[in-house]
Design a binder for this molecule. Structure first.
Ligand code: T46
Length: 145
């Protein structure tokens, strides 16, 4: 995949990313390289598992962080808000990730039993990068201080 298709630093941007898959009689293998399949150098990987089916996660935006979210196993819903429009994505294919740029509000729910969510992140963990108040997020996106 050419890098030019992946340069997405504009604010307010989500999109699905397809990863390669190598299949043979032993099963499927999918791989991901930072700067090639995702539009940033990967500095952190984390995963969510043992998530109760009625749990809600997320509920915040990031000032600078870019991420790509995958359902490695099972499925869940990602609700996206760019401050102007809302959309939702059901992730259930380990070859497909949702790229989430900075300044995007995200909420996650409807985890299936045994779902595993893996996230590739552009920066180390930093609580100061989180916006956890939806009103503050909307004001920032709309340029209201
Ligand atoms: C996001 C969604 C998809 C760490 O210490 N290091 C880490 O790298 C992360 C991600 C979290 N933490 C700590 C911070 C909290 O004390 O783990 C605790 C739970 O984190 P949080 O409530 O933010 O988890 P989620 O699932 O609501 O959100 C996470 C990410 O934080 C967030 O960036 O986009 O997954």
């Amino acid at each position: 995949m050419p890098m030019s298709e992946l340069e997405t630093n504009d604010q307010g941007h989500v999109r699905l990313i397809d990863l390669p898959v190598v299949s043979d009689p032993r099963g499927d293998l999918t791989f991901v390289e930072g700067g090639r399949h995702v539009p940033f150098a990967i500095q952190r990987v984390y995963y969510l598992y043992n998530v109760p089916v009625d749990a809600e996660r997320g509920g915040h935006a990031h000032l600078e962080l870019e991420q790509v979210v995958f359902a490695l196993s099972g499925s869940f819903r990602l609700k996206i808000d760019d401050g102007h429009q809302q959309s939702e994505y059901w992730l259930r294919d380990p070859r497909k990730g949702l790229y989430i740029n900075r300044m995007i509000w995200r909420e996650m729910d409807s985890f299936s039993q045994g779902a595993v969510c893996m996230v590739l992140a552009s920066k180390p963990y930093d609580e100061a990068d989180y916006i956890r108040d939806h009103g503050k997020f909307t004001n920032l996106v709309r340029g209201i201080s």
